[in-house]
Design a protein around this ligand. Structure first.
Ligand code: SF4
Ligand code: SF4
Length: 209
């Protein structure tokens, strides 16, 4: 168990709802859920969820901390916003789902082999470096995420798609050696630094009051 996770378990012993309210984006909305099930019924994932949003909110209130934070359900959300537009209580469900996923990652207890977890991590590293996504490096990162041999297999399986993209001018192999990036690299890094600072002070203010 990571140090930060142990610390949170101690701090919020037996009060997972409060932990969510104070640490998860839009977590203060969870208590407003009236368990009508409209969100779960509207979600395109339907029966494929381990725990649909309505169930996740019920589990939070029931104090099922490990089951919620170690679930891969939040990582399945595609941000289609169907649930938000239909929720009679106007809960920002999508944000809460992503907030829970992010919080589980911060605590070091999110399911690491979950493909969306891996994709989100690769995407963010790729994007935040230059301000623009290098699609070729992102795809290569995904292909090789389970090791070199599996990466070669994945590449072979997708070679006709890759060739088609190259022919159509949608994929440039030279992207592997640098690739496109934003002109103002320093500006991007400064903007991200500022965003982290704002986020930190927002969290501190939330904790304080
Ligand atoms: S639609 Fe809204 S109120 Fe109904 S279960 Fe989902 S989150 Fe709760
Ligand atoms: S935003 Fe996420 S939780 Fe909401 S309906 Fe779409 S996939 Fe389901």
């Amino acid at each position: 168990m990571s140090d930060v996770n142990t610390q949170m378990v101690e701090q919020y012993r037996n009060n997972f709802l409060r932990e969510v309210e104070e640490n998860v984006e839009e977590g203060e909305w969870v208590k407003m859920c009236m368990q009508c099930g409209v969100c779960s019924g509207s979600c395109p994932f339907g029966p494929h969820w381990e725990h649909p949003p309505q169930e996740i909110f019920m589990m939070i209130r029931a104090g099922k901390r490990d089951e919620v934070l170690q679930s891969d359900s939040m990582w399945m959300c595609t941000s289609c916003y169907n649930c938000i537009v239909r929720c009679p209580r106007e809960l920002p469900i999508t944000h809460i789902m992503h907030g829970l996923a992010h919080y589980a990652k911060r605590l070091g207890i999110a399911p690491k082999n979950q493909p969306t977890y891996k994709f989100a991590e690769l995407f963010w590293k790729n994007l935040s470096k230059t301000g623009r996504v290098n699609e070729l490096k992102l795809s290569m990162g995904l292909y090789f995420k389970d090791g070199f041999a599996q990466g070669v297999k994945n590449g072979m399986a997708m070679q006709s798609v890759a060739l088609g993209l190259v022919k159509a001018g949608r994929l440039n192999v030279m992207e592997l050696f640098g690739g496109h990036k934003c002109k103002d690299q320093k500006g991007i890094q400064a903007m991200l630094k500022k965003a982290y600072e704002i986020e930190r002070s927002r969290k501190a203010a939330k904790m304080a009051g």
